[in-house]
Write a protein that binds this ligand. Structure first.
Ligand SMILES: [Zn+2]
Length: 147
């Protein structure tokens, strides 16, 4: 069964947001379509990279402030500088290249915000010696008599 490429569907699939009835046709398409497989890999990598980078959960205002800073800087220093490339812009460029709308990028960012706002209980770290003493109460005695 030949099916046309639907990059939005691939992206939604990665987010687990596609209709259940579409999963099988899409996975069959992915099996046959190199382009869509590559898109899936790129999106997954981008998503993971974003999570790892702990991005500010408001990329739009960040981009706006960066642009404002660049414009202010250019006003004071007319000689051209290389345009700073933010992590967001790299990802945005990559996604746009595949025709993925900004809405998907936004939902991706919202997903990251969810991950970064989860409060995990911070366990007090114990020293290696404490761990060793707990696991092997007679470690010190054994070591002393170990020769
Ligand atoms: Zn395809």
């Amino acid at each position: 069964m030949q099916q046309s490429c639907d990059f939005e569907l691939v992206s939604a699939f990665l987010d687990g947001e596609i209709d259940h009835s579409l999963v099988r046709p899409l996975t069959e398409h992915l099996r046959e379509c190199e382009a869509c497989r590559q898109l899936l890999v790129h999106l997954a990598q981008a998503q993971e990279a974003v999570m790892n980078a702990f991005l500010i959960p408001d990329p739009e205002s960040l981009t706006a402030s960066v642009m404002a800073a660049i414009e202010a800087d250019e006003a004071e220093n007319p000689p051209p500088k290389p345009t700073p490339v933010t992590f967001q812009e790299i990802i945005r460029t990559r996604l746009v290249r595949y025709g993925v709308p900004a809405a998907i990028l936004a939902s991706l960012m919202a997903g990251i915000a969810h991950y970064t706002t989860v409060d995990e209980p911070v366990e007090k770290p114990i020293s290696l010696k404490q761990a060793r003493d707990a696991a092997l109460p007679d470690w010190n005695g054994a070591a002393a008599n170990g020769h």
